[in-house]
Design a protein around this ligand. Sequence first.
Ligand SMILES: NC(=O)c1ccc[n+]([C@@H]2O[C@H](COP(=O)([O-])OP(=O)(O)OC[C@H]3O[C@@H](n4cnc5c(N)ncnc54)[C@H](O)[C@@H]3O)[C@@H](O)[C@H]2O)c1
Length: 298
Amino acid sequence: MEQFLEKRIALVTGAGPNIGSGIALALAAYGATVACNDIDLDNAEACVARLERNGYRGMALQGDVTVEEEVAANVKEVLDTYGKIDILVNNAALLGGKGVLDETAENFARAVLVSGLGTFLYTKHVARSMCERQIRGSIVCISSSHGWSASPGVVAYAFHKGGVNNFVRAAAMDLAPYGIRVNSYTPTAPTPDNPDLVQKNVPPILSGRGGRIGGGGGDEPWRRPTRFSGDRPPLVPMGTTGTPTDIGHCVAWLCSDYARLITGCDFVVDGGARAKNFSYMPAPMSELLGPLPVVPLE
Ligand SMILES: NC(=O)c1ccc[n+]([C@@H]2O[C@H](COP(=O)([O-])OP(=O)(O)OC[C@H]3O[C@@H](n4cnc5c(N)ncnc54)[C@H](O)[C@@H]3O)[C@@H](O)[C@H]2O)c1
């Protein structure tokens, strides 16, 4: 693997076993040392253990991205340990949720805080450390396909991911004078490939609040169905939206010097899912040539 992130220090928030861990592993595989934050220390430690299993270095950080003192303390710990931060990936978020008829104020507010305030606080504290040290760093905010289009049952999620998309453009403008780049990456329901999750047979879309995306609805007589109940046709032009490993390769490249002038942009690796017209139903995977095999990281 080309070591284009050699000597770089990265920090990934919400480094749970699915996408956060996949991004951390990729950054490490391309040469970075990775600090892994999570509100749940077990998740952060499992992420570091995965890095170490594969011969890479990292440190675990426990902290809530919505609490400024904890964000500042996590950032200080990385700076005290490694002297700088070159790369920040704002990945922490609460998945799942309910639709506009059913979501609670409490859950809505918490989901928006984790994604919105958390992304802002980490960007602020890490970017200040980059400015002080004249580090022309890279910040990647993890969005979602629901930040660009909608399904029923995810009103808070759609709201805060849409906010992340425009936060990226605003922060990119604020930080451009310092040579710091800010971009988003948009996952599209990747299939988990962390062996820890594959063994547990975790469904493709995990939920921070117990349940698949788009949950909730009552039994009042006026309720109408929000989803087609028949067999779903194939939805992805290339047959698959990929894995966290595919996301990791893209995010790592985006943090490299090759991407030196890319800022305020969004990236997808989704087999054409987002580009597809709503009326087009692709052929089934079994009839396609299919993509190239994934380049494995472990
Ligand atoms: N899984 C998908 O299909 C999918 C699709 C599109 C976008 N995304 C986005 O990708 C990112 C990662 O998704 P995932 O599937 O790995 O989710 P996940 O729920 O497995 O991981 C999220 C992690 O964030 C942590 N977290 C939650 N609140 C936190 C807080 N306040 N402070 C610090 N950490 C906190 C959780 O403990 C968890 O480990 C999220 O931003 C999500 O919105 C995921």
